[in-house]
Design a protein around this ligand. Structure first.
Ligand code: DOR
Ligand code: ZN
Length: 430
């Protein structure tokens, strides 16, 4: 048994924010209460002293790229899972833009089998369209049976609205959520950098917010019409936020996710961080960033997802036009969010944890993301005050393409516990 004592337990589902102890037995939370050390036999216990630390449900990330199969020089399911554990995550959902893409049950079955031995829960989406070509729908039923928990062509927006409508209808019948990357290629000059002052300055065409807004509007209306559940992925523009707010009011079952980088950085980061700050959709203006933060505060944006997108050093050393878009995020997400959302006074820790645990779990109807007696013991213990400087050599991800290298951040994961086992600790004793 494990006793976690003296910590500040924060659990949004059960609305707990107080000093409590937790007992873990096997893979479950046995008891949450006060002075539990008096109740259990000390010699049966491994004790974790969480004095001055926060105890929260293990984080849930609905958007990671582990590049397996086919692109494992960037990341694989093992390094990805270790990177997640270090960041306090106990459940992650992989995107399906692998090589080959996850567009048929055979590829998915092989992946799911290999994921069983991992330290944390790694779950999978599958593609909406065959080969992510946007032409023909995949076999949703077969993919669901092979354990796809949702569908997405993330990385490549789906252009054909008739096909999207058809996909929404089929997904509704099968109760499969669909996640959407919203950027209309027809309106994009070049991807990864916001179209505006900065793209002009560095001489690239850029990707404007309107490319995102039109597809967000289209898909919110289609989801309202069909009544299926969708996730607008990595939202980045002010108008997109406004559309989602309206769609929710109208009754659409739409969730929205934002990444730590989009609430922490603006398009200017491209000038200092170069290709490390190239991402789809791009980092935008301060006005956009402030709107995203307000939307988190108001609950218009439900989830914080990393879009952990590893790329190799060689790839990111290319020019801004040629380098691939994306950045890693699992190991810095908590600290980027504490620094930019909590320390700055925009969100309470409770609100932040809600967007990293129970809300993402709800999107996929997962039985995780809360601290309840009898539930799986998926727990993160962190110091919300400790500062640290992001150092490239500390990443356990295969990749180190982060715009936060060299930055001072607040908030450090101390332990990650998944299925009752300590899967990460930054303490000396282990
Ligand atoms: O910047 C991005 N990179 N955005 C995406 O949606 C996909 C991702 C990737 O796979 O590298
Ligand atoms: Zn995407």
């Amino acid at each position: 048994m494990i006793l976690i004592k003296n910590g500040r337990v924060i659990d949004p589902l059960n609305k707990i924010d107080k000093k409590q102890d937790i007992i873990i037995e096997n893979d479950r939370i046995k008891e949450i209460g006060e002075n539990l050390d008096l109740k259990y036999n000390q010699k049966d216990l491994k004790v974790i002293d969480a004095d001055n630390l926060v105890i929260a449900p293990g984080f849930v990330d609905v958007h990671v790229h582990f590049r397996d199969p086919g692109l494992t020089y960037k990341e694989d399911i093992h390094t990805g899972a270790n990177s997640a554990a270090k960041g306090g995550y106990t459940t992650v959902v992989c995107m399906a833009n692998t090589k080959p893409p996850i567009d048929n049950a055979n590829v998915l079955k092989d992946l799911v089998e290999r994921e069983q031995s991992l330290l944390i829960n790694v779950l999978n989406t599958a593609n909406v369209t065959v080969g992510m070509q946007g032409k023909e729908l995949t076999d949703f039923k077969a993919l669901k049976e092979a354990n796809a928990i949702g569908l997405t062509d993330d990385g490549i927006p789906i252009k054909d609205e008739k096909l999207v409508l058809e996909a929404f209808k089929k997904a509704k019948e099968l109760d499969l959520p669909i996640s959407l990357h919203e950027e209309d290629p027809a309106l994009i000059g070049s991807s990864g950098v916001n179209q505006g002052a900065i793209s002009k300055k560095i001489g690239v065409k850029g990707a404007p917010a309107i490319a995102e807004d039109v597809l967000v509007a289209r898909d919110c209306m289609l989801a309202l019409e069909v009544g299926n559940k969708i996730d607008i992925q990595h939202i980045s523009s002010k108008r997109s936020v406004e559309i989602i707010e309206l769609a929710k009011k109208m009754g659409a079952n739409v969730y929205a996710e934002v990444t730590p980088q989009h609430i922490a950085l603006t398009e200017e980061a491209v000038l200092t961080k170069g290709t490390m700050a190239k991402v789809n959709p791009p980092l935008r203006t301060k006005e956009d960033k402030d709107a995203l933060i307000m939307a988190l505060k108001k609950g218009v944006i439900d989830m914080i997802a990393t879009d952990h997108a590893p790329h190799s050093k060689e790839e990111k050393m290319k020019s801004i036009s040629e380098a691939p878009s994306g950045m890693i995020g699992l190991e810095t997400a908590l600290a980027v969010c504490i620094t930019n959302l909590v320390k700055s006074g925009h969100l309470s820790l409770m609100q932040l944890i809600e967007k990293m645990t129970i809300n993402p779990a709800r999107f996929y109807n997962l039985e995780v993301g809360h601290l309840t007696e009898g539930a799986k013991a998926d727990i993160v213990i962190f110091d919300d005050k400790q500062s640290w400087i992001v150092d490239k050599k500390d990443f356990v991800s295969k990749a180190s393409n982060s715009p936060f290298i060299g930055e001072k951040l607040y908030g450090r994961v101390k332990y990650t516990i998944c299925n009752g086992k300590i899967v990460y600790s930054d303490m000396q004793e282990l």
